[in-house]
Design a protein around this ligand. Structure first.
Ligand SMILES: O=P(O)(O)OC[C@H]1O[C@H](OP(=O)(O)OP(=O)(O)O)[C@H](O)[C@@H]1O
Ligand code: HPA
Length: 185
């Protein structure tokens, strides 16, 4: 179905800003310090989860001043919808993970099924440890398991449908520099 571009533009104009660019930058700086303290001597392999992790990874990785390798994987559960379904693996990891420290970067931990499945898979592939970092932790009690959190979190954000910093609304506005909530969602 053709997208209604005017409605997409209106959604951006009418959205509530829940974290502006300065708040995101500050969160990235803090996370980079925490990740560096934990992993700087671990020679980690850092996976960005496409597509949502693209912007987060692009903004976080240059803040990490130690030796690391980067790679990507692609798993999606929402497609263009605002509710998640089954996880669809598009690109699985191909690197040799045995005895590696692995860090997974994604834009958001919402219900957490995506991250839980990715972490499980990376462990099955032989990683020595798998840590996770998300820019946004969405605040609600519908997590894949009670109390689920990433090892590193940028911002705790209200239970709305979000876009910006890699998160999309109907495929758009991943490029918005802050974190926004769609009006009415
Ligand atoms: O915690 P969950 O409820 O599992 O949701 C989080 C996942 O949903 C989004 O991906 P999406 O499936 O929309 O694909 P995308 O990365 O291409 O946007 C986001 O990038 C996370 O990977
Ligand atoms: O709130 C959200 N916005 C965009 N993508 C998402 N994937 C899970 N939750 C969200």
């Amino acid at each position: 179905m053709a997208v209604d571009l005017q409605a997409i533009i209106r959604a951006r104009e009418e959205a509530d800003c829940l974290a502006d660019e300065a708040a995101v930058e500050a969160a990235l700086d803090r996370m980079a310090g925490e990740i560096t303290a934990r992993l700087e001597h671990s020679n980690p392999l850092v996976y960005t989860v496409m597509n949502g992790g693209l912007i987060f990874g692009g903004r976080l990785l240059p803040r990490l001043p130690f030796a690391l390798e980067t790679a990507y994987l692609h798993a999606t559960r929402y497609g263009l919808a605002t509710h998640g379904t089954l996880l669809d693996w598009r690109v699985r990891p191909t690197q040799d993970l045995r005895n590696r420290s692995v860090l997974v970067l994604d834009d958001i931990l919402d219900e957490g099924h995506t991250l839980a499945a990715i972490i499980e898979h990376l462990r099955e592939e032989g990683a020595r440890e798998v840590l996770s970092a998300v820019l946004v932790h969405k605040l609600h009690d519908r997590k894949a398991y009670p109390g689920m959190r990433a090892d590193f979190t940028g911002l705790d954000i209200a239970d709305r449908f979000l876009f910006g910093c890699g998160m999309d609304y109907k495929g758009y506005w991943r490029n918005a520099p802050g974190i926004y909530a769609v009006k009415g969602l």
